[in-house]
Design a binder for this molecule. Sequence first.
Ligand SMILES: [Zn+2]
Length: 497
Amino acid sequence: MAPRIIQNTCPGWRHEAPKTHAPDDATKHPKHTHHSPMKTLYAARYLLDDSQPTAAWIENGHLAVDDAKILGVFGPEAPQQPEFNDFTRVDLGNVAVVPGLVNAHSHAFQRGIRGKTEYLVPGREAEDFWTWRQAMYAAALGYEADKVQQVSKLAFMEMALSGISTVGEFHYLHHQPDGQPYADPNELANRVIAAAKEVGIRIALLRVGYNRAGFGRAAEDEQRRFVEDDVDTYLARLGDLRTRWQDDPLVTVGLAPHSIRAVPENWLRAMGEYAAAEDLALHIHACEQRREIDESLAEYGRAPIAALAEMGLLSERLSIVHGTHLADAEYDLLADARPSIVACPTTERNLGDGFLPAKKLVERGVPICLGSDSHTNIDLWEEMRLVEYHERLRYEKRNVLASAKTPRTADVLWPMGAQNGARALRIPAGTFAPGNHADFVAVDLEHITLLGSDADSLLPNMILSMTPGAVRDVFVGGEKIVEGGRLTRLPSRGKTI
Ligand SMILES: [Zn+2]
């Protein structure tokens, strides 16, 4: 049975009907009428109350927003309370409202190679990874600044339409195609940020440090757009980037040594110290493929997690992207230091990396968050469900991540899609805690994949079965950037993209 459609007769409510058939021409030009620079009380059929360890729905709930920040979640009686007298009332209708999803790991330009790597090269059949790597480098070497911005915009548009309100962009494409820095060495980082701002999505630009091909190996020619000569140059450019965007409420900047392979020890230590001193996010690729473990053993005599711990980098500030291949001794290090693990299961399945050991990580209380990484798919709902489903295939069991303490699988997966990603990016978002950014998503309860849901089955259905087309509205900092399944600032489809 379909959930009951809310009938709100309170005078003064503006009903927000879905505009699923609005022609794209109507939204071709950026408009600024969607921003409500005032206090607003949003009504929804279901509103997620995530103030407890296990989230629950408030039926006919109200979300109070003061311009760009969350004030709190309230029950059906909120409209009668005097404290909301001067609030604008917006009835979102028959929707479920949840915090916006946080995509903690993206390489936006890789959206440009989607579908172009799915074949073997005759004569190189043993190198299954080859076509992907060659296509990625061809894109990375060939894209001029305009193309980088255009492809990034495409990735961010798809993110917004699927309910992602924040992206962590792991940005390593720095220089001109010939390897020379642009007049502004942060030109391409600025272009990627500009693409996010065109769409209206929040961005944490994780500026990547890249210096070499590997232990004892200088950078290769095809890495010329990524590399910088020394860590002081890197840190100076990072400082310039921070200054450039310091007053923009949608933009933050963090640090990202590309991997243990791509920077030497003095870079890792200097970047870790800078991040700690300035209280910034620190992200690194680690333990994605087995060869990388062998290189770390050769250079440091330790596997990557142990090497990072020895250098003082392993802390709650650090995010380890992938964490697919972990040695037994490394789980205890992770449990003690509680860095974030950023899993990217749709990319890991596409590249054949392996399965995230999610059960062992969850049992030890290590926070897992998610990224769409190479953008074969941009669907954080799918990333959430794969964390569980890959473990079901490994263990040949159901509800692997659930436990006596948290018996419902969806309650384990939901924080991975939102609050854990915000933690990894060090952004106040991902929950409806007062003071957080007003980033939230309204999901259409009349969408075909959700019909029949009730309060008990709704969250499991959203995470395990819903398709992104059910996402109706997306708000970032209180501004509606998706309305009725369409972007408000740009056309959502067609040749004009
Ligand atoms: Zn990556």
